[in-house]
Design a protein around this ligand. Structure first.
Ligand SMILES: CC(C)(COP(=O)(O)OP(=O)(O)OC[C@H]1O[C@@H](n2cnc3c(N)ncnc32)[C@H](O)[C@@H]1OP(=O)(O)O)[C@@H](O)C(=O)NCCC(=O)NCCS
Length: 169
């Protein structure tokens, strides 16, 4: 399956609204629970603001026909430190087909080559086996565990930090 990254915008709001209640997404991502009614719009506004000031970026993952498959994210871009945190989520119906692996490959290439980052980070729950597999497949290195890291609201969780450097092969 061909996966394409296109800037996340208005066109993707409905698809995001349909995906945001997925239990896996809520379990492993920083989406508040219960999900506020206008959350997709709030999320788009935050990323469009980040796109303007260079602090964040979001892509929709789509297939060759433009069908929405998920999101590829840079929730934190630090230009001075040349370091960015990346993230990804795939729509439940599109999981298990290599979409996240392909999307992270493209997102990594974009962050290293277009943004000029030297260090990329992934924060992955110790319980998220699938995401760790995606990180490994994309050449990220597991550095260790951040114990009881704040995830959202009153949720704290042991979280693995994985990295990829511009100097990695
Ligand atoms: C994690 C997630 C992005 C994976 O998306 P995906 O498109 O299914 O991922 P891929 O198909 O590219 O690869 C998944 C890999 O994990 C493996 N995997 C999936 N579920 C697994 C499980 N429960 N146990 C072990 N391995 C698992 C698959 O076999 C595959 O490995 P392989 O390529 O060696 O076969 C998707 O499950 C998701 O959106 N989850 C909710 C949000 C989330 O967790 N985002 C990441 C936050 S760090």
């Amino acid at each position: 399956m061909t996966t394409i990254l296109e800037p996340f915008d208005e066109r993707h709001l409905v698809a995001l609204g349909e995906m945001v209640d997925d239990p896996e997404l809520l379990r492993f991502m920083r989406v508040p629970e219960p999900v506020p009614p206008d959350f997709a719009r709030t999320w788009l506004d935050r990323y469009e603001e980040g796109r303007r000031d260079g602090s964040r970026e979001a892509f929709a993952i789509v297939d060759e026909d433009g069908a929405f498959l998920g999101l590829a994210l840079a929730p934190r871009i630090e230009h001075d430190a040349r370091t960015a945190e990346l993230g990804y989520v795939v729509a439940p119906a599109a999981r298990g087909r290599g979409v996240a692996t392909e999307a992270l490959r493209r997102l990594t290439e974009w962050a290293l080559e277009e943004l000029g980052m030297l260090r990329l980070e992934l924060l992955i729950s110790v319980d998220n086996v699938a995401s760790k597999r995606v990180a490994e497949r994309c050449g990220y290195v597991r550095e260790g565990v951040l114990r009881s890291l704040h995830v959202k609201q009153d949720i704290f969780e042991d979280t693995e930090i994985w990295s990829r450097l511009a100097t990695d092969a």
